[in-house]
Write a protein that binds this ligand. Structure first.
Ligand code: CA
Length: 268
C-alpha cells in the first residue's frame, strides 16, 4: 500500500481549519467550522480524541470501534465548545477510513470518501448538507448545488450537539483500488468526473494528491483543501503498508496536520 496526504489553506482563507491524519491503517479528513479559533480546534481535537479512543477500543469490531470513537470525539468537541465562549458553536466534519483486511468508513458532514476502481469513481459517503438533502428530495438540480448560496450549510457535524448519528460502511479492497478522502475544498472546485480523470491519469500517489490540490487552487482555492489518497497494492497485509511521513510529518508540500496544533480563526 502507498498513501499520501496533503492539506493546503487555499488562496483566500487566511488559515487552514482542515486536519488530516494517515498512518497506514487509519486515515482521516476533518474540516472544522466555527469563528475565530473554533474550526481548527474542533478538527484537531476530533482527530486526537478519535485516535486515542479507537486504540483504547482495540478489541471491538472495526465498525463499532469507529462509531464509539467518533461519538467520543463528538462529545469532546461539544464539551470544549461549551466551556470556552470563544469556541462556542464549533464543530467539524469527520471522515475516517480504517484498513484492517477490509475497509471501514465512518462519516459525518460533507467531507467525502471515494473509491476509484476499474476506471470508475464511486462516492462512498453521503453529504450531510442542506443542498444534498434538497437534491435528494428533488427540490434542487444537482448542477445548481455547487453555486447554491447555502451550499456550506451542514446538517450533521461532530461537536455541535451532545449526540451524533454516525454513518458507517465497509467494503473489500482489491489490488489497484484507490481510496480518496477529501474536504469540500476539493469537491467544491472539481466535479466528480474531473477527480476521476486525475485518479485515472496520475498513478503516483503523492503526485496525484499534489495535482488535485493544485487544480483546486488554480480554480480559485476559495476554501481549505485536503486530500488523503490510499493506493491498495498487494505484497503486504492491508493495513500495514508504508506511506511517506506517517505521524512525523511529510517533507515539502506533503504534511500531516498534527492533532492539537496551533489555533487559527476562520469560518468553514
Ligand atoms: Ca471546507
Amino acid at each position: 500500500m502507498r498513501y499520501a496526504a496533503l492539506t493546503e489553506k487555499g488562496k483566500v482563507r487566511p488559515n487552514n481549519e482542515d486536519a488530516c491524519y494517515a498512518d497506514g491503517r487509519v486515515f482521516i479528513v476533518a474540516d472544522g467550522m466555527g469563528g475565530h479559533r473554533g474550526g481548527e480546534t474542533a478538527s484537531s481535537l476530533a482527530v486526537q480524541v478519535f485516535l486515542e479512543k479507537e486504540r483504547e477500543l482495540g478489541n471491538l469490531p472495526p465498525v463499532e470501534r469507529i462509531r464509539r470513537a467518533m461519538k467520543a470525539a463528538n462529545r469532546a468537541v461539544w464539551r470544549k465548545g461549551g466551556e470556552e465562549p470563544a469556541l462556542q458553536g464549533m464543530g467539524t466534519t469527520f471522515t475516517v477510513l480504517l484498513l484492517e483486511g477490509h475497509g471501514y468508513i465512518g462519516h459525518v458532514g460533507d467531507s467525502r470518501a471515494y473509491l476509484f476502481r476499474d476506471g470508475n469513481l464511486q462516492r462512498m459517503t453521503e453529504d450531510h448538507s442542506l443542498v444534498e438533502e434538497m437534491v435528494r428530495e428533488g427540490r434542487l438540480d444537482p448542477a445548481m448545488a455547487r453555486e447554491h448560496p447555502q451550499r456550506n450549510v451542514i446538517l450533521r457535524a461532530l461537536g455541535v450537539s451532545r449526540e451524533v448519528e454516525v454513518d458507517a460502511v465497509s467494503f473489500t479492497p482489491f489490488q489497484g483500488d484507490r481510496v480518496l478522502l477529501c474536504s469540500d475544498g476539493l469537491t467544491g472546485a472539481l466535479e466528480d468526473r474531473e477527480i476521476r480523470d486525475f485518479l485515472e491519469v496520475e498513478r503516483d500517489t503523492e503526485r496525484c494528491c499534489r495535482m488535485l490540490v493544485g487544480e483546486a487552487e488554480r480554480r480559485g482555492g476559495e476554501d481549505n483543501i485536503t486530500v488523503v489518497l490510499v493506493d491498495i497494492q498487494t505484497g503486504g497485509r492491508i493495513g500495514e503498508g508504508k506511506g511517506r511521513g506517517g505521524r512525523t510529518g511529510l517533507k515539502g508540500l506533503f504534511r500531516f496536520r498534527r492533532p492539537g496544533g496551533r489555533r487559527k480563526e476562520n469560518g468553514w
